[in-house]
Design a protein around this ligand. Structure first.
Ligand SMILES: [Zn+2]
Length: 284
Protein backbone atom coordinates (compact mmCIF):
# COMPACT_ATOMS: atom_id res chain seq x y z
CA UNK A 1 0.00 0.00 0.00
CA UNK A 2 1.41 3.33 -1.02
CA UNK A 3 1.45 6.34 1.23
CA UNK A 4 -1.10 7.96 -1.06
CA UNK A 5 -3.48 5.04 -0.69
CA UNK A 6 -2.97 4.98 3.06
CA UNK A 7 -3.64 8.70 3.25
CA UNK A 8 -6.78 8.30 1.15
CA UNK A 9 -8.08 5.52 3.38
CA UNK A 10 -7.34 7.53 6.49
CA UNK A 11 -9.07 10.59 5.08
CA UNK A 12 -12.06 8.50 4.04
CA UNK A 13 -12.23 6.89 7.47
CA UNK A 14 -11.91 10.26 9.10
CA UNK A 15 -14.67 11.72 6.95
CA UNK A 16 -16.90 8.72 7.70
CA UNK A 17 -16.19 9.20 11.39
CA UNK A 18 -16.88 12.90 11.07
CA UNK A 19 -20.14 12.32 9.26
CA UNK A 20 -21.05 9.72 11.85
CA UNK A 21 -20.43 12.34 14.48
CA UNK A 22 -22.46 14.85 12.63
CA UNK A 23 -25.14 12.21 12.25
CA UNK A 24 -25.20 11.63 15.98
CA UNK A 25 -25.24 15.32 16.48
CA UNK A 26 -28.15 15.70 14.10
CA UNK A 27 -29.99 12.87 15.74
CA UNK A 28 -29.30 14.30 19.17
CA UNK A 29 -30.47 17.63 17.81
CA UNK A 30 -33.47 15.71 16.64
CA UNK A 31 -34.07 14.60 20.20
CA UNK A 32 -33.65 18.15 21.36
CA UNK A 33 -36.03 19.19 18.67
CA UNK A 34 -38.56 16.70 19.90
CA UNK A 35 -38.46 18.47 23.23
CA UNK A 36 -39.00 22.00 22.00
CA UNK A 37 -42.62 21.00 21.52
CA UNK A 38 -43.23 21.04 25.25
CA UNK A 39 -40.67 23.82 25.51
CA UNK A 40 -42.70 25.88 23.11
CA UNK A 41 -45.80 25.00 25.13
CA UNK A 42 -43.97 26.44 28.10
CA UNK A 43 -43.21 29.45 26.02
CA UNK A 44 -46.87 29.86 25.16
CA UNK A 45 -47.70 29.37 28.81
CA UNK A 46 -45.21 31.89 29.99
CA UNK A 47 -46.35 34.29 27.29
CA UNK A 48 -49.98 33.77 28.16
CA UNK A 49 -49.63 33.97 31.89
CA UNK A 50 -48.24 37.48 32.04
CA UNK A 51 -50.85 38.49 29.47
CA UNK A 52 -53.54 36.90 31.63
CA UNK A 53 -52.14 38.60 34.71
CA UNK A 54 -52.09 41.98 33.08
CA UNK A 55 -55.65 41.37 31.94
CA UNK A 56 -56.59 40.59 35.50
CA UNK A 57 -54.86 43.70 36.67
CA UNK A 58 -56.66 45.98 34.28
CA UNK A 59 -59.84 47.04 36.04
CA UNK A 60 -62.07 46.63 32.99
CA UNK A 61 -61.24 43.02 32.22
CA UNK A 62 -61.03 42.30 35.94
CA UNK A 63 -64.70 43.00 36.43
CA UNK A 64 -65.70 41.02 33.34
CA UNK A 65 -63.53 38.17 34.62
CA UNK A 66 -65.36 38.25 37.96
CA UNK A 67 -68.76 38.37 36.35
CA UNK A 68 -67.93 35.46 34.08
CA UNK A 69 -66.49 33.26 36.79
CA UNK A 70 -69.32 34.22 39.14
CA UNK A 71 -71.92 33.28 36.59
CA UNK A 72 -70.32 30.03 35.59
CA UNK A 73 -69.79 28.87 39.18
CA UNK A 74 -73.39 29.73 39.96
CA UNK A 75 -74.57 27.83 36.92
CA UNK A 76 -72.62 24.81 38.03
CA UNK A 77 -74.07 24.83 41.54
CA UNK A 78 -77.68 25.75 40.93
CA UNK A 79 -79.06 27.85 38.14
CA UNK A 80 -80.57 30.80 39.99
CA UNK A 81 -83.41 32.68 38.44
CA UNK A 82 -82.87 36.41 38.56
CA UNK A 83 -85.35 39.24 38.53
CA UNK A 84 -85.29 42.25 36.20
CA UNK A 85 -83.27 44.16 38.80
CA UNK A 86 -80.70 41.34 38.88
CA UNK A 87 -81.88 39.93 42.22
CA UNK A 88 -81.91 36.22 42.95
CA UNK A 89 -85.44 34.85 43.06
CA UNK A 90 -85.70 32.46 45.99
CA UNK A 91 -86.78 28.92 45.19
CA UNK A 92 -88.10 28.04 48.65
CA UNK A 93 -90.53 30.86 49.53
CA UNK A 94 -92.71 28.52 51.61
CA UNK A 95 -89.82 27.14 53.67
CA UNK A 96 -89.29 28.42 57.23
CA UNK A 97 -85.61 28.59 56.17
CA UNK A 98 -86.21 31.08 53.36
CA UNK A 99 -83.71 33.96 53.22
CA UNK A 100 -85.19 37.12 51.76
CA UNK A 101 -83.02 40.23 51.67
CA UNK A 102 -81.84 43.03 49.41
CA UNK A 103 -80.48 40.52 46.92
CA UNK A 104 -82.97 37.73 47.35
CA UNK A 105 -86.51 38.32 46.20
CA UNK A 106 -89.74 36.35 46.55
CA UNK A 107 -91.25 35.01 43.32
CA UNK A 108 -93.67 37.32 41.49
CA UNK A 109 -97.10 37.30 43.12
CA UNK A 110 -96.08 35.15 46.10
CA UNK A 111 -98.67 34.86 48.88
CA UNK A 112 -98.03 32.58 51.86
CA UNK A 113 -100.33 29.54 51.86
CA UNK A 114 -101.60 29.34 55.44
CA UNK A 115 -101.99 32.82 56.88
CA UNK A 116 -103.85 33.11 60.15
CA UNK A 117 -104.22 35.67 62.95
CA UNK A 118 -102.27 34.69 66.08
CA UNK A 119 -104.11 35.00 69.37
CA UNK A 120 -101.89 37.73 70.86
CA UNK A 121 -102.56 41.37 71.83
CA UNK A 122 -102.19 43.93 69.03
CA UNK A 123 -102.12 47.66 69.50
CA UNK A 124 -105.15 48.05 67.22
CA UNK A 125 -108.47 46.20 67.07
CA UNK A 126 -109.27 46.12 63.36
CA UNK A 127 -108.84 42.81 61.59
CA UNK A 128 -106.15 44.13 59.27
CA UNK A 129 -104.11 41.79 57.01
CA UNK A 130 -100.97 42.77 58.94
CA UNK A 131 -102.21 40.78 61.93
CA UNK A 132 -101.54 37.59 60.01
CA UNK A 133 -98.66 35.10 60.09
CA UNK A 134 -98.06 31.63 58.67
CA UNK A 135 -99.81 29.02 60.83
CA UNK A 136 -96.64 27.51 62.35
CA UNK A 137 -95.16 30.94 63.11
CA UNK A 138 -98.45 32.13 64.60
CA UNK A 139 -98.54 29.16 66.99
CA UNK A 140 -94.96 29.83 68.06
CA UNK A 141 -95.73 33.54 68.59
CA UNK A 142 -98.63 32.64 70.88
CA UNK A 143 -96.26 30.54 73.01
CA UNK A 144 -93.69 33.36 73.07
CA UNK A 145 -96.30 35.91 74.17
CA UNK A 146 -97.66 33.55 76.85
CA UNK A 147 -94.15 33.07 78.28
CA UNK A 148 -93.52 36.83 78.17
CA UNK A 149 -96.78 37.48 79.99
CA UNK A 150 -95.87 34.93 82.65
CA UNK A 151 -92.54 36.72 83.07
CA UNK A 152 -94.44 39.98 83.61
CA UNK A 153 -93.57 41.43 80.20
CA UNK A 154 -96.17 43.43 78.34
CA UNK A 155 -95.49 42.62 74.66
CA UNK A 156 -97.77 43.94 71.96
CA UNK A 157 -97.75 42.81 68.33
CA UNK A 158 -97.59 45.54 65.71
CA UNK A 159 -97.15 44.22 62.19
CA UNK A 160 -96.88 40.79 60.58
CA UNK A 161 -97.78 39.80 57.04
CA UNK A 162 -97.49 42.47 54.38
CA UNK A 163 -98.50 41.89 50.77
CA UNK A 164 -96.36 42.89 47.78
CA UNK A 165 -98.79 45.72 46.98
CA UNK A 166 -98.77 47.04 50.55
CA UNK A 167 -94.96 46.99 50.64
CA UNK A 168 -94.87 48.77 47.28
CA UNK A 169 -97.04 51.59 48.62
CA UNK A 170 -94.99 51.85 51.82
CA UNK A 171 -91.64 51.85 50.04
CA UNK A 172 -92.73 54.45 47.51
CA UNK A 173 -94.08 56.62 50.33
CA UNK A 174 -90.76 56.39 52.22
CA UNK A 175 -88.81 57.31 49.07
CA UNK A 176 -90.97 60.40 48.68
CA UNK A 177 -90.46 61.35 52.31
CA UNK A 178 -86.81 60.44 52.90
CA UNK A 179 -85.25 59.94 49.46
CA UNK A 180 -84.27 56.56 48.02
CA UNK A 181 -80.85 56.20 49.70
CA UNK A 182 -82.23 56.69 53.20
CA UNK A 183 -85.44 54.74 52.54
CA UNK A 184 -83.43 51.68 51.46
CA UNK A 185 -81.69 51.45 54.87
CA UNK A 186 -84.91 50.72 56.76
CA UNK A 187 -87.51 49.73 54.18
CA UNK A 188 -87.50 46.95 51.64
CA UNK A 189 -88.18 47.02 47.93
CA UNK A 190 -91.48 45.26 47.16
CA UNK A 191 -90.83 41.53 46.88
CA UNK A 192 -87.81 41.68 49.21
CA UNK A 193 -89.57 42.31 52.54
CA UNK A 194 -89.48 39.53 55.07
CA UNK A 195 -92.96 40.56 56.11
CA UNK A 196 -94.24 39.19 52.79
CA UNK A 197 -93.16 35.68 53.86
CA UNK A 198 -95.64 35.65 56.74
CA UNK A 199 -92.81 34.57 59.03
CA UNK A 200 -92.06 37.98 60.57
CA UNK A 201 -93.73 40.03 63.29
CA UNK A 202 -92.81 43.43 64.66
CA UNK A 203 -93.28 43.60 68.40
CA UNK A 204 -93.45 46.58 70.75
CA UNK A 205 -95.03 47.61 74.06
CA UNK A 206 -97.26 50.20 75.70
CA UNK A 207 -94.17 51.75 77.29
CA UNK A 208 -92.89 52.40 73.76
CA UNK A 209 -96.28 53.99 72.90
CA UNK A 210 -96.38 51.09 70.41
CA UNK A 211 -93.64 52.66 68.32
CA UNK A 212 -90.91 50.67 66.59
CA UNK A 213 -87.70 52.25 67.76
CA UNK A 214 -84.16 51.17 68.67
CA UNK A 215 -84.79 52.29 72.26
CA UNK A 216 -87.08 49.24 72.60
CA UNK A 217 -83.95 47.22 73.36
CA UNK A 218 -83.38 49.24 76.54
CA UNK A 219 -86.83 48.45 77.90
CA UNK A 220 -87.56 45.36 79.99
CA UNK A 221 -89.62 43.90 77.16
CA UNK A 222 -86.91 44.46 74.60
CA UNK A 223 -84.34 42.82 76.83
CA UNK A 224 -86.58 39.85 77.57
CA UNK A 225 -87.23 39.39 73.85
CA UNK A 226 -83.52 39.47 72.98
CA UNK A 227 -82.84 36.82 75.61
CA UNK A 228 -85.78 34.49 75.05
CA UNK A 229 -87.09 34.80 71.47
CA UNK A 230 -84.87 31.93 70.29
CA UNK A 231 -86.49 29.54 72.79
CA UNK A 232 -89.70 29.80 70.75
CA UNK A 233 -88.12 29.57 67.28
CA UNK A 234 -87.63 33.29 66.64
CA UNK A 235 -84.55 35.40 65.95
CA UNK A 236 -83.96 39.14 66.17
CA UNK A 237 -83.52 39.34 62.41
CA UNK A 238 -81.55 42.60 62.15
CA UNK A 239 -79.05 42.74 65.03
CA UNK A 240 -76.96 45.70 66.03
CA UNK A 241 -73.70 46.17 64.12
CA UNK A 242 -74.65 43.73 61.34
CA UNK A 243 -75.94 46.22 58.80
CA UNK A 244 -73.20 45.30 56.33
CA UNK A 245 -74.45 41.72 56.35
CA UNK A 246 -78.22 42.04 56.67
CA UNK A 247 -78.50 45.28 54.72
CA UNK A 248 -80.61 46.86 57.48
CA UNK A 249 -80.05 48.96 60.55
CA UNK A 250 -80.70 47.51 64.01
CA UNK A 251 -84.31 46.44 64.58
CA UNK A 252 -84.74 45.01 68.08
CA UNK A 253 -88.49 44.69 67.40
CA UNK A 254 -88.44 42.60 64.21
CA UNK A 255 -88.92 38.89 64.93
CA UNK A 256 -88.46 36.23 62.29
CA UNK A 257 -89.65 32.67 62.73
CA UNK A 258 -87.08 30.04 61.67
CA UNK A 259 -87.94 27.12 63.98
CA UNK A 260 -86.27 26.24 67.28
CA UNK A 261 -83.25 24.38 65.85
CA UNK A 262 -82.06 27.25 63.70
CA UNK A 263 -83.03 29.98 66.17
CA UNK A 264 -81.00 28.28 68.91
CA UNK A 265 -77.95 27.87 66.67
CA UNK A 266 -78.13 31.45 65.44
CA UNK A 267 -78.62 32.80 68.97
CA UNK A 268 -75.66 30.79 70.28
CA UNK A 269 -73.36 31.83 67.45
CA UNK A 270 -74.63 35.43 67.54
CA UNK A 271 -75.03 35.22 63.78
CA UNK A 272 -77.46 36.57 61.24
CA UNK A 273 -79.64 34.50 58.91
CA UNK A 274 -77.31 35.56 56.08
CA UNK A 275 -74.24 34.23 57.89
CA UNK A 276 -76.02 31.03 58.90
CA UNK A 277 -77.03 30.17 55.33
CA UNK A 278 -74.13 31.91 53.57
CA UNK A 279 -76.26 34.46 51.69
CA UNK A 280 -74.68 37.87 51.94
CA UNK A 281 -76.46 40.88 50.48
CA UNK A 282 -73.20 41.73 48.76
CA UNK A 283 -73.39 38.57 46.66
CA UNK A 284 -76.02 38.34 43.98
ZN1 LIG B 1 -90.36 44.26 60.64
Amino acid sequence: MSMKQLLFISISLLSIMLSACSLTETSSEGNDQAEPAPASDKEIDSKEKPAFKSEMESPESDSSEEKESGESSQNQQEPNETSEEGLTIVKNPESIKVVVNKNRKLPEGYTPPDLTIPNVPFYFDEELPKKQMRKEAAGALEKLFKAADQAGQDLVAASGYRSYERQKNLFEGYIEEYGEEKAKTFSARPGTSEHQTGLAMDVTSAKMSFKLDESFRDTEEGEWLAEHAHEYGFIIRYPKGKQDITGYTYEPWHLRYVGKDISSDIHKAEETLEEFFGHYPSES
